[in-house]
Ligand binder design. Structure first.
Ligand code: DGJ
Length: 733
């Protein structure tokens, strides 16, 4: 049983295959946290884990005694104002102005599987995959009910959490803060790992030693953002990629968030994660309910790779859905970097024809096909075809592309509006805006108010019309700016701070409607590349365009960092032109593909200008990828050498049955008279014999993992940006 309840001691013990999570009802009937860590055997009393002592230098809950202060107790879902002074998990304001709450244990229930938290994205489970505990707490003063949900994925070693507030009182309340998770760890000997960066430099791995006080990352951009991913890990200082203790937290949400570790004066570390309380305020009328998005918690003793592999399995098996979940993804050609806005039907068909010849399966028409969009100043919102560029419409073009033997995909930026557009002329009030203020733009564009149902309805009808008519099998859903002047003309003044969250819910609603009506369309989410790469998006779109930065060297860091949380099956990775459009670097076609192979592969260049030699090279790359994409999508990924630590990056993927291995090894800058390099592979079966494809050499797994491969045997001359990809297959002795 993964969930135990100790009736007498009023304790809950949640067990996954390798972890235990224990909490209890405290003397004041609120919940106290006892333990989150390596699995321990169940006992019917864990009360010794709770230290309640008396200190006269603090405040105490009950008059006449000093022994019970929340400041001294680890808590499960803490509030501010009743003897705990750390940042709380939630805060509610009553009509009388009081900000004090007291949620007391009422009852609990355990259900098989995991109830959907629709209309929110969340991990899903069959009845046999998870068990869910709902603990119901009530505030006797406001009659608000608080439900803490914990779903235990025993086999996957995951616990997910989220929270619901139900206003069962007569008065309205205001939720100022509603975290999805709070965990108090008993010590502070951790490094906080985060994925931070910027546009074109997304998800770089950073780690810092925890210090007393608050350390946090967040987004107030309306999207999860490239600056910080909604993820945080605590690892021991000695934990490496391959071994050591680590806790990981990932927020299944695509908007503003806060992820924070606060170390208090007793070296207790409180991790909280959830909707960013900054600029958030939600009015909950009597009878209404508010639910938070979900946090996925994992723990591993097998280092950062161990943590990542748990996230990868969960996201692949219990977050990504639909037709494309396990299906091999098509090798695509996207015209963006090849043409930008400057194309017509003839040009696209030439590109598609050349792409077909090298084995590409899907042609994607990017930005510029609609309205009068010859640059980025106009037409967003006008989702009807530009007949000057495409006289036969999208349907005509798509059919011609189909006739060439390719599937057809199309770009949209559904959440946006240009002021130069018919849509703006008709609905100037449909922009996110506040009264009497100038509106800031991003890339000349403005954001549609997706908190309004009629706006989402309209965009749905425009997109659905095209998708119903044309044979489209793939949609790239872009989103190219952060939010400013956040407000909705449709919401009353006291609900303006609900706008950003309502907007995200509108985005999910549109995704939901489109994926329901067009279940066979592969959606790839994108936000100026990887500015909204989060688990919320993956619930609807199985893959995300990882970054606008397609330089092979820069991509090493981006893909390495992204893999901390996200499986390779979610990461769009393309070979593009050189000199590279983002950093002007020239890398070989081989190295560009060697990096892009470790993602959902494609090309983003003008193939019609390539030499025969280059086309032949691309043909063999496409063939190689097709042979190995199952391994890339479903294998277990191991990071080996980090681009953040040195000149060499390496990684390998191992198939589930450990019979096949794909290895990537990359050198950033060449060094004269360098020493020899051994690449120690990970995750192989020690006892099996593996042969390297294209070579006669065969090695046992133990030799490959401990002595390693001598790199120079396979790559004798190493220049700048040199790379090596090897495929190993198990052979009979
Ligand atoms: C940003 C995306 O990341 C690019 O791939 C491309 O689709 C452009 N937008 C088009 O405007």
């Amino acid at each position: 049983m993964p969930i135990h309840y100790n009736q007498t001691a009023q304790e809950f013990h949640l067990q996954t295959g390798q972890t235990s999570y224990i909490f209890t009802v405290l003397k004041n009937n609120q919940l106290g946290h006892l333990y989150y860590g390596k699995k321990i055997r169940h006992r019917d009393d864990f009360s010794r884990m709770l230290l309640i002592d008396s200190r006269s230098n603090t405040t105490s809950v009950f008059e006449g005694e000093l022994e019970f202060s929340l400041e001294l107790i680890k808590q499960e879902y803490p509030s501010y104002g009743t003897t705990d002074f750390r940042d709380p998990a939630f805060q509610i304001t009553q009509e009388n102005g009081s900000r004090i709450s007291g949620f007391e244990y009422h009852n609990h229930k355990v259900v098989k599987g995991k109830p959907l938290i629709h209309p929110m994205p969340a991990a899903y489970a069959e009845e046999e995959d998870a068990v869910t505990l709902e603990v119901i707490l009530r505030d006797p003063v406001t009659h608000v009910e608080l439900i803490l949900s914990y779903s235990v994925f025993e086999q996957e070693n995951v616990i997910t959490r989220h929270v619901r507030f139900i206003n069962r009182g007569d008065e309205s309340i205001c939720i100022n803060r509603a975290m999805s998770l709070s965990v108090d760890f008993p010590d502070a000997d951790y490094e906080m790992v985060q994925l931070s960066g910027s546009w074109a430099r997304e998800r770089h791995v950073e780690a810092r030693q925890l210090r007393t006080g608050v350390q946090s990352i967040s987004s107030a951009r309306g999207i999860s953002g490239a600056q910080h991913n909604p993820f945080l890990a605590l690892k021991r200082p000695e934990t490496t990629e391959q071994q050591g203790e680590v806790y990981g937290f990932s927020f299944v949400y695509s908007g503003n968030f806060l992820a924070q570790a606060e170390v208090d004066h007793y070296d207790v570390t409180r991790v909280i994660m959830g909707l960013n309380p900054f600029d958030f305020r939600w009015v909950l009328e009597s009878g209404e309910e508010f639910q938070t998005p979900e946090v996925v918690m994992v723990r591993s003793d097998d280092g950062l790779n161990g943590m990542s592999q748990i996230f990868h399995r969960l996201f692949q098996n219990h977050l990504v859905r639909g037709f494309w979940k396990d299906k091999e993804r098509p090798v695509l050609m996207n015209n963006w970097e090849g043409t930008y806005f400057d194309f017509n039907e003839e040009k696209i068909l030439q590109m598609a024809e050349a792409a077909k010849k090298v084995g590409v399966e899907l042609f994607v028409l990017d930005d510029g096909w609609f309205g009068k969009r010859d640059d980025d100043t106009t037409s967003l919102g006008d989702w009807f075809v530009d007949k000057e560029k495409l006289p036969n419409g999208i349907t005509g073009l798509a059919e011609k592309v189909n006739d060439l033997g390719l599937d057809f995909g199309l770009w949209f930026e559904p959440e946006m509006i240009s002021k130069i557009s018919r849509l703006y002329d008709e609905h100037p009030d449909w922009l996110l805006q506040v009264p009497d203020r100038r509106l800031s733009h991003g890339r000349h564009q403005f954001i549609l108010d997706f908190s309004r149902r009629e706006v989402v309805d309209y965009i749905f009808s425009m997109m659905a019309e095209i998708l119903r008519e044309a044979p489209i099998t793939y949609v790239k859903w872009d989103m190219n700016r952060a939010m400013t002047e956040i407000g909705s003309l449709a919401l009353p003044h006291d609900r303006q701070q609900e706008t950003a969250h309502r907007y995200v819910m509108g985005v999910y609603d549109l995704y939901d409607r489109l994926t329901s009506e067009f279940p066979r369309v592969l959606f790839e989410s994108c936000a100026s590349g990887g500015c909204r790469f989060d688990p919320g998006m993956l619930y609807y779109a199985p893959q995300t365009w990882t970054s606008d930065n397609t330089d092979a060297v820069e991509r090493l860091k981006i893909q390495y960092g992204t893999s901390m949380v996200y499986p390779l099956s979610t990461m769009g990775a393309h070979v593009s032109e050189v000199p590279n459009h983002q950093v002007n670097r020239v890398t070989s076609l081989k190295t560009r593909a060697n990096v892009a192979y470790f993602g959902m592969f494609g090309y983003e260049l003008d193939i019609t200008t390539m030499t025969q030699e280059e086309l032949d090279c691309i043909s063999s790359q496409v063939a190689f990828y097709k042979e190995n994409r199952g391994l890339v999508q479903r294998g277990t990924f191991y990071r080996i050498e980090s681009p953040f630590e040195g000149n060499v990056t390496s990684w390998n993927i191992v198939s589930k049955d450990q019979a096949e291995v794909l290895v990537g090894r990359y050198l950033t800058l060449a060094r004269a008279n360098d020493g020899y390099h051994r690449l120690k592979l990970k995750g192989l079966d020690e006892t099996r014999l593996y042969r390297i494809e294209g070579y006669r050499d065969a090695f046992y797994g133990d030799e490959l993992m401990n002595a390693g491969l001598l790199v120079e045997n396979y790559l004798p001359v190493q220049g700048d940006f040199e790379s090596l990809v090897l495929k190993l297959i198990q052979v009979k002795e």
